[in-house]
Design a protein around this ligand. Structure first.
Ligand code: RB5
Length: 152
């Protein structure tokens, strides 16, 4: 599985640890930057990561900024992206199982490296349940996207 990972300056330190961790777990990791702690703009990296998923090159993504919030807002502006900002492992697992989230976001200023790696494990280790009301609701989200993006 190809995992795309991106961050801004406020997520750079933890991104390095996450990349090492997921490579050890056997995932292929595509890093879209940023590559230093120099101040930058998180929407650039959110967009780069979303493009990798929407093109089919990557199946899931991880985006890290100071809070995880800016990254999730930017990512969710893309049709077909369901980005979840999580700081607990229960949500990180459930957002795969119930929401079919394709990007996990979190904040380096919110979680420590230990929790960050657990969030990643919970997210990557879970699968979309793909049945019943979960499907209905994810389809409803897609319908909203279709209508909203068509209107613009
Ligand atoms: C950068 O200072 C910070 O605003 C950014 O990393 C992120 O937390 C925004 O949501």
């Amino acid at each position: 599985m190809n995992i795309v990972i991106g961050c801004d300056h406020a997520g750079f330190a933890i991104k390095t640890a996450v990349i090492e961790h997921i490579k050890e777990k056997g995932y292929n990791c595509i890093d879209v930057g940023t590559n230093s702690e120099d101040s930058c703009h998180y929407p650039v990296y959110a967009h780069a990561a979303c493009e990798k998923i929407l093109s089919g090159e990557c199946q899931l993504g991880i985006l890290i900024c100071g809070t995880g919030i800016g990254m999730s807002i930017a990512a969710n502006k893309h049709d077909g992206i369901r980005a979840a900002c999580c700081s607990d492992t229960f949500s990180a697992r459930l957002t795969r199982e119930h929401n079919d989230a394709n990007i996990l976001c979190f904040g380096e200023r919110v979680v420590g490296v230990g929790l960050a790696l657990d969030l990643v494990d919970a997210f990557l280790g879970a699968e979309y349940l793909n049945s019943g009301n979960h499907v209905t609701r994810v389809e409803m989200i897609s319908e909203i996207e279709k209508n909203c993006f068509a209107a613009n």
